[in-house]
Design a protein around this ligand. Structure first.
Ligand code: SF4
Length: 341
């Protein structure tokens, strides 16, 4: 209950006008839903989820590329969340190929060490997972191993959202674990209220208070409400390894157009591990052909419950879009905690 929580009470006092904040993190959405945080918010404060689920923002053309590699006889190794994301024709789970769930890139390399077949690790994630993948590629994996890099980095998507002005956004709650690696510096380019927040209920409420205070003060800068994990410089070692192996590239995000320098591709020195080059894969632009509104959910302009398929045709057992597949997807989270709003 709002009046039982002193931070929620303070937040209600600070919210003296309509405010909308976006977070870009599936873990934040899960924590918000699990703790019933939306029920504690004043009526004029809204928090929406943006493109914070790495599986959800992977466009259909990239899923189709993974399906193409499975059809070519490659062993596909990836995280369980990706298996049920619909491509143009089926999913990795239903494609009939040799598709294996792994906990991480190291397990995919172990598979490659025990077979002569080509093993492709479908590598998904933000700045949090890319350094681990980079570190493993520096260990000289076998020649039958490669990765399909679906990695994305967060700031260019925030830049795009701000430049469009499509969603009314008064500020961003920044993803604590991404900034543990990336650090704060890069986010100082945005002249809007931003607060790095952790994942406990009080972390999130504190972050919202700090955002509301900035709106009242008419300021726009980055504050760190998660200093126990996030430092200004992030993790320089992890960033250096990531930069050694990957370089930024222009990529499409689901629900977004091609965003300049928002993806990570392997540098030329590591091209022997680049499945896209090794197998001549071209990512195709695929037009949306269902009533799924994941694209709008990912841009923060629709709630999962605005979708007419939500909870009816589309459920975690029968997902139509990726936001109902991934445990970091807004639709799956809202479906799991139906009373959280
Ligand atoms: Fe897409 Fe299903 Fe979410 Fe609707 S409920 S936006 S169909 S994932």
């Amino acid at each position: 209950m709002a009046h039982d929580n002193p931070i929620a009470k303070k937040l209600a006092e600070l919210t003296d006008r309509p405010m909308t904040f976006m977070h870009v993190c599936g873990t934040h959405e899960a924590a918000i839903a699990k703790n019933g945080i939306r029920s504690m918010l004043p009526g004029n404060l809204k928090i929406v989820m943006g493109p914070g689920c790495p599986v959800c923002i992977t466009p259909q053309g990239e899923i189709d590329a993974a399906l193409e590699l499975a059809a070519k006889g490659c062993i596909i190794a990836t995280y369980g969340d990706l298996l049920r994301v619909p491509g143009s024709e089926g999913t990795l789970e239903s494609c009939g190929g040799d598709v294996r769930i792994v906990q991480g890139v190291h397990k995919a390399i172990e598979i490659a060490q025990k077979t002569d077949k080509e093993v492709v690790f479908v590598s998904v994630g933000f700045e949090t997972t890319a350094p681990t993948v980079a570190a493993m590629l520096l260990t000289n994996p076998p020649a039958n191993f490669s990765i399909l890099s679906f990695h994305r980095i967060v700031p260019p998507a925030m830049q795009w959202l701000l430049s469009q002005g499509e969603a009314r956004l008064d500020g961003f709650m920044l993803p604590g674990h991404v900034l543990t690696v990336a650090g704060i510096e890069e986010y100082r380019q945005f002249q809007v209220p931003q607060v790095v927040a952790g994942f406990e209920a009080d972390d999130i409420l504190l972050g919202l208070c700090m955002l509301a205070q900035q709106v009242r003060d008419g300021t726009g800068f980055v504050e760190n409400a998660y200093p126990r994990a996030v430092q200004e410089e992030g993790n320089p070692k992890a960033k250096a390894i990531m930069d050694q192996v990957f370089e930024p590239c222009d990529v499409e995000w689901r629900g977004f157009p091609v965003i300049p320098k928002s993806g990570l591709k392997l540098r030329d020195e590591f091209s022997q591990y680049d499945a896209q080059k090794k197998f001549n894969i071209v990512y195709k632009k695929v037009s949306k052909n269902s009533a799924c509104i994941c694209d709008k959910v990912l841009r923060g302009i629709a709630d999962p419950s605005d979708c007419k398929l939500f909870g009816k045709v589309c459920t975690p057992r029968t997902p139509v879009g990726p936001c109902m597949v991934s445990h970091e997807g807004a639709c799956k989270i809202w479906h799991s905690y139906p009373t959280h709003k």
